[in-house]
Design a protein around this ligand. Structure first.
Ligand code: SAH
Length: 257
């Protein structure tokens, strides 16, 4: 048990592999006495003497955050880990939810959030530069919000001509949501808009499929997929000899039309 005041860092591990782990997050993991997170993320933190790894089930983020805060209040040096960026549909908000509802002393803890590479950034970099103009990110998970809100946001984003990054596009419990999402987008957006399914970006089983809104097969999306839906400006740039063209969105709206 470490003496002294405890602290808690919320660190993003990036979307895959050590190359997308920042030096700052890597140092925080090296300094921690305890790592708390969803099992597969905790598994990405190497075992070493003096480090206690606490893996938990994915569905209990706030319990996990409370556990981490309790350890920090006992004087431990805790790293809470998330995939990607910890502030994007991940543990940083769960920690603050737990602090808000928890004992007053938790507000005095030394808490730091360390940024990470989010899946949409990794996917965008693979594809070219689809996020070069205004974009939004929407999680299709309806665990924490009603589907009616998701549907309203999808429609508004398409009407606003944003590039849309869809996180959590599918799961075994909700296989139909991505089909409903595509139906909503097709109702208010040109079917020629480019769509990319970027699966397991940066991992050995990475797979990228480029298609159009009209032709996209929503069944290609699983829980390891980031779906990018282009705006009216997002376009393909052919490159001879490559597997696929670049996908990019110009910086100025209406340029080159
Ligand atoms: N905090 C994470 C997102 C957590 S939500 C981040 O910033 O990336 C989990 C969703 O992220 C997945 O359902 C998928 O849509 C996306 N995702 C995470 N890693 C990914 C990867 N390597 N390739 C593609 N999508 C990924």
């Amino acid at each position: 048990m470490s003496a002294g005041p405890g602290r808690l860092v919320v660190a993003g591990l990036g979307p895959a592999g050590p190359d997308w782990l920042t030096p700052e997050a890597s140092q925080a993991l090296a300094d921690a006495t305890d790592v708390v997170g969803y099992g597969p993320y905790v598994d990405r933190v190497l075992e070493r003497p003096g480090l206690v790894r606490h893996a938990s089930d994915n569905r209990v983020e706030v319990d996990r955050a409370r556990h981490a805060l309790t350890l920090a209040a006992e004087g431990r040096s805790v790293a809470v880990v998330s995939g990607g960026d910890p502030g994007v549909f991940a543990m940083a908000s769960a920690v603050f939810e737990a602090v808000e509802a928890g004992p007053a002393e938790w507000r005095g803890l030394d808490i730091r959030v360390l940024p990470g590479v989010s899946a949409m950034q990794a996917a965008a970099a693979r594809l070219g530069a689809p996020l070069g103009h205004d974009f939004c990110a929407i999680s299709l998970s309806d665990n924490l919000k009603p589907w009616s809100v998701i549907a309203r946001r999808l429609t508004a984003a398409a009407q606003g001509d944003f590039v849309i990054a869809l996180y959590n596009p599918a799961s075994k419990a909700r296989p139909g949501r991505i089909h409903e999402a595509f139906a909503l987008l097709r109702a208010c957006q040109d079917g020629a808009a480019p769509v990319a399914f970027a699966r397991a970006v940066g991992r050995p089983d990475e797979r990228i499929v480029l298609t159009t809104l009209a032709q996209a097969d929503p069944a290609l999306a699983d829980m390891s997929t980031l779906v990018l839906v282009g705006s009216s400006e997002t376009r393909l740039l052919e490159r001879p000899g490559a597997d696929r063209p670049w996908l990019y969105t110009p910086r100025s709206y209406g340029a080159g039309r």
